[in-house]
Design a protein around this ligand. Structure first.
Ligand SMILES: NC(=O)c1ccc[n+]([C@@H]2O[C@H](COP(=O)([O-])OP(=O)(O)OC[C@H]3O[C@@H](n4cnc5c(N)ncnc54)[C@H](O)[C@@H]3O)[C@@H](O)[C@H]2O)c1
Length: 337
């Protein structure tokens, strides 16, 4: 079987490819990735000479590129996206271009090529915030940020292609994911890398926002399970049993690194910051998926990975202009200012 994975030079896509090739020795993977600011082929350096792996640099918004990459593929797992909420608040257009139009290009190409299986990787952020209880797949979607809105449009479009054209599409809606090789603008690698460098940890608002923390390998296993066993036209939540406020998470990171709590710096809350994400993974569990990670061990291993791979994230923080010009400025504002 040959599968086209988009966004495989990103955080989750690279873990998914590594894991899937290891689990299935008859699988071939084509990785289509534009290598935007957060795409990095070094995440999969060890696969360079693997005959079952091929990397194609290209844009999912270009139909001819997608058509060529999809040739001969039996299935598609579509992860390529603009993914950072803060950036979407600054410039929504690229989120609409990549996440909405790009997903349309992927679905059209799959339909025309007669691809047998398509998994669209969506997010728990499509549901919006919920103070109590858990969202299930049939609940209404109520996204808030431009990122979540663009992912919701793509999610609906993917499910709609099953209805309108009979394409064998399923959607996964994953929770906040953590692990090695995550771009250091996301909260865990940002806080770990700042703490290592003795820089402030910019905590939004009162720090009481609640997130579900899903290990990247559990997320990848969930995507594979849905690819293999998911039903056409259905969505599947992927989440763990771990809920944490951002302040608790921050304190755990500092404890692992043996750094002082005084590094925490409360900053003005993000506009429209969802208070709590909570989704129910029962439907995916019914397909045979199980949460394997233990959060204490998973977080400790992740923090140690960033400690041992400082060259990787230091080079990114040095190179990425937005980090210097926007993040440093925004994150040093004091609460309420
Ligand atoms: N990280 C999370 O916590 C999380 C949770 C749930 C769902 N998701 C979803 O999982 C997917 C992957 O997330 P991630 O955190 O690995 O993202 P990431 O930002 O680390 O990687 C995204 C990848 O997509 C590529 N890309 C962007 N635009 C492209 C384009 N036009 N053409 C081709 N490639 C392009 C980038 O180069 C990069 O390699 C996304 O669809 C995201 O919405 C992420």
């Amino acid at each position: 079987m040959k599968v086209l994975v988009t966004g495989g030079a990103g955080f989750i896509g690279s873990h998914l490819i590594r894991l899937w090739l290891k689990k299935n020795n008859r699988l071939e993977i084509v990785n289509l990735d534009k290598l935007t600011y957060c795409g990095d082929v070094s995440r999969l350096a060890e696969l360079r000479s693997n005959p079952r792996y091929q990397f194609v640099e290209g844009d999912i918004c270009d139909p001819s590129v997608v058509e060529r990459a999809m040739r001969g593929c039996d299935g598609v797992v579509h992860l390529a996206a603009e993914t950072h909420v803060d950036r979407s608040l600054l410039n929504a257009k690229v989120f609409i271009d990549t996440n909405v139009y790009g997903t349309y290009v992927m679905l059209e190409a799959a339909r025309k090529a007669g691809v047998k299986r398509f998994v669209h990787v969506s997010t728990d952020e499509v549901y919006g915030s919920r103070e109590k209880g858990f969202f299930k797949e049939k609940d209404a979607l109520k996204p808030t940020s431009p990122y979540a809105i663009s992912k919701t449009a793509a999610d609906f479009m993917a499910l709609g292609y099953a209805e309108s054209y009979g394409l064998n599409v399923s959607v996964t809606r994953g929770a906040n994911t953590y692990g090695s090789y995550q771009y250091p603008e996301k909260v865990i690698p940002l806080f770990v890398s700042n703490a290592i460098s003795n820089q402030a940890l910019p905590l939004y608002g009162d720090g009481l926002h609640v997130r579900n923390w899903l290990h990247v390998e559990d997320h990848s296993e969930g995507i594979i399970k849905v690819f293999e066993k998911g039903k056409k036209g259905e969505a599947y939540n992927i989440s763990s049993s771990v809920y944490s406020t951002n302040i608790e998470l921050t304190k755990r990171i500092l404890k692992i690194l043996d750094k002082p709590l005084s590094l925490i710096q409360k900053v003005k809350d993000r506009a429209g910051h969802d208070r709590r994400y909570a989704i129910h993974p029962g439907k995916l569990k019914a397909l045979g998926w199980k949460e394997k990670a233990n959060f204490s061990r998973g977080l400790e291993t992740t923090v140690r990975w960033y400690q041992e791979n400082q060259d990787w994230w230091k080079a990114i923080k040095e190179k990425d202009r937005d980090f210097k010009e926007y993040y440093q400025k925004a994150y040093t504002q004091r609460a309420g200012s």
